[in-house]
Design a protein around this ligand. Structure first.
Ligand code: GRG
Length: 296
């Protein structure tokens, strides 16, 4: 299989895991369960689960032990998109090429669906029998995801993002916000897989930590570039949304060419950090290239 095929296999795998954990839509309260399934299933690139599986593969961890972390990080991501699209935040109508959750259902249901997706993530990490058997490893994985989703990560970054509307931050301030809002969950995807390994090769922990950080920022810089250069039909979400909301993004603050240069630097940094893992890190090198060249 090519790496691109491996990436789609990761997407199919996490879809099946999510299907198993999500409450059936026929179970009461049906509308809430339907909204949760609408938000979490059948869409998205599944980048964060792929990072979990690809990192685990580089470390020789069996995929069954990674299903819990892969599904959990995707549920946190899905919840963040549902809440981010709400009228109180970005007020978007389109997500993954279809109506946003609050448009397909209603605002109250979308808020509850986001809440329930978030806690389901932690229920999986606490309960999944296939995960790393050591209690310490499981707790570390829960801690990593909680920190990445909280005020020192995604929720904190989102708060800074909302406060930044109408302002012009420095490049350093913008990068800080991006590292929290988007980077933290991508970083955590790599770290959760590393925490699932029984042992790590020398230098692997620091190398993967560095890779996850660099790739997390790179992902958001590319998202900013796509917001400026992309088209709504290809992105599956509204293009030029940052300008419409008067939100600063990388091309607006540093210029488009500087944003592209920074993206290349971050890709090189991410790939360079994988040196201690040698050939085993080939899928992670490929994924960094794919993510920084993606068009949607
Ligand atoms: C509501 C607490 C809270 C946080 C929201 C991540 C986030 C914070 C908001 C999403 C807004 C956004 C579009 C951020 C840009 C980066 C990003 C996360 C893009 C979407 O991720 P993809 O491209 O989406 O992985 P798919 O649909 O492929 O899963």
């Amino acid at each position: 299989m090519s790496w691109a095929e491996e990436l789609s296999a990761c997407g199919a795998r996490v879809e099946a895991v999510l299907e198993r954990w999500l409450p059936p839509s026929g179970r009461k309260p049906c509308r809430l369960h339907e909204a949760m399934r609408y938000a979490a299933l059948g869409g998205g690139k599944r980048v964060r689960p792929a990072l979990v599986y690809f990192t685990g593969r580089a470390l020789g961890v069996a995929p069954e032990r990674l299903d819990g972390p892969a599904a959990a990080v995707e549920l946190i991501h899905a919840y963040s998109l549902v809440h981010d699209d709400l009228p109180a935040m970005d007020d978007d109508d389109l997500r993954r090429g279809r109506p946003t959750c609050h448009r397909a259902f209603d605002e109250a249901t979308a808020i509850l669906a986001g809440d329930a997706l978030q806690v389901l993530a932690f229920e999986i990490l606490a309960d999944d029998p296939a995960m790393t058997p050591a209690t310490a490893g499981r707790l570390e994985i829960i801690r990593l995801l909680a920190r990445a989703a909280g005020t020192a990560g995604m929720a904190g970054g989102q708060a800074i993002d909302l406060e930044a509307a109408g302002q012009v931050p420095s490049v350093a301030e913008l990068e800080h916000m991006h590292r929290l809002k988007t980077g933290a969950l991508i970083h955590a995807s790599v770290l959760m897989a590393a925490a699932s390994a029984d042992t790590l090769p020398p230098g692997a922990a620091a190398g993967l930590d560095h890779y996850g950080r660099a790739l997390g920022l790179a992902f958001q810089v590319q998202d900013d570039i796509l917001d400026v250069e992309g088209e709504t039909a290809v992105l599956g979400k509204r293009a030029h949304a940052d300008a419409a909301l008067d939100k600063p993004n990388y091309p607006a603050v540093a210029g488009l060419e500087a944003a592209k240069k920074r993206l290349r630097e971050l890709h090189d940094e991410a790939v360079g950090a994988l040196a201690p893992l040698g050939e085993a890190a080939a899928p992670l090198r490929w994924l960094s290239g794919w993510l920084t060249e993606r068009r949607h």
